[in-house]
Design a protein around this ligand. Structure first.
Ligand SMILES: [Zn+2]
Ligand SMILES: [Zn+2]
Length: 323
């Protein structure tokens, strides 16, 4: 007997769809297994280094690619060196628009989609990533919009993240972060074209991945342009008020003044940060300053290298060069 759609079933389906898409209710789930492996950063003793960032996340049996590196093939080559395959990874996060986080996307999508069409097919990006940039010399730059067009031509899609969303149980994206503290952790002096006109490019789309665990929150940052403290404060208000277990990734503090580093470290301490892997634009000197100021140790705070990893149960496994 064929299935007949009645008005009632249509209404029911409509209701189910509405409640799924609204997904306003947090799952309350605490992540039990979490591994983060760095695939692109400056320091490398396995694979190739570059001024860029990418990491592979494995969380409760699901995998996510976070950022895609600065050169078209760095992450691709590092995956080969590490013997890793991304065929079963569907979700990609782009933390922000900068080329050192977005350039590897199309190479990786094309490589893995050739055999597995769903591989790397869903890109999550904060509102503003597609807004054109105006360089300091006045050049119009819509690079990410062009990447999106090419990406969609492969059958993939971009998902706009305007506010905190739970993408997997206990795994959140902050979406764009209000700048309540004047951290100004970015270098560019260009402009961004918004509905309100051309304004200073504060990297408005910059967002961070947050994991809820029963040991506290774990954060994975791309460049931290919104400010690491602004981001922790926003997530505490909107996602989970728990203390911070670990901060991993790029915090854009390499050129920070002593005063700004001292303030940042004091704030990190007040959030209860227990572990820190400062990769990419955090800056080597800044990582060690923060280690001292927060009171962390050689085992709990280090510079992230390609191949270094963070595990919720085993802690930080540094690259040989960063031990
Ligand atoms: Zn950046
Ligand atoms: Zn960067």
């Amino acid at each position: 007997m064929g299935y007949k759609m009645t008005t009632r079933t249509v209404c029911l389906i409509g209701f189910l769809l509405a409640s799924t898409t609204a997904s306003a209710q947090p799952s309350g789930h605490k992540v039990a297994n979490l591994e983060i492996k760095i695939l692109s950063t400056m320091l490398a003793d396995e694979g190739f280094g570059e001024w860029g960032f990418a990491a592979l996340v494995e969380v409760d049996g699901r995998r996510i690619l976070f950022d895609t590196g600065a050169n078209e093939d760095t992450v691709q080559r590092n995956l080969k060196v590490m013997g890793l395959d991304l065929s079963d990874v569907e979700m990609v996060i782009l933390s922000h628009n900068h080329a050192d986080h977005t350039t590897g996307l199309l190479t990786l999508r094309r490589q893995f989609a050739a055999k597995t069409p769903r591989a790397l097919s869903k890109v999550y990006a904060g509102t503003g990533i597609l807004w054109p940039r105006i360089t300091p010399s006045g050049q119009f730059d819509d690079r990410v919009a062009r990447i999106k067009r090419d990406f969609e031509a492969t059958g993939g899609s971009f998902i706009d993240v305007a506010k905190p969303i739970e993408i997997l149980p206990g795994v959140w994206l902050t979406g764009p972060v209000p700048r309540i503290h004047p951290e100004r952790n970015w270098s560019n002096v260009g402009k961004v074209r918004t509905a309100a006109g051309d304004v200073e490019d504060t990297v408005p789309e910059d967002m961070t991945l947050v994991f809820q665990t029963d040991k506290g929150l774990v954060y994975l940052f791309g460049c931290g342009h919104a400010g690491v403290i602004n981001t922790l404060a926003h997530a505490r208000m909107t996602i989970d008020p728990s203390p911070v277990k670990a901060v991993i990734g790029g915090l854009h503090l390499f050129a920070a003044s002593d005063q700004h580093l001292a303030w940042t470290a004091a704030q990190l301490k007040s959030f209860g940060v227990q572990q820190l892997v400062g990769a990419h634009c955090t800056g080597i000197e800044s990582v060690y300053r923060i280690r001292d100021l927060v009171g962390l140790t050689r085992d709990t705070c280090m510079v992230g290298a390609v191949g270094a990893s963070y595990s919720l149960t085993k802690g930080i496994t540094a690259g040989r060069i960063a031990k």
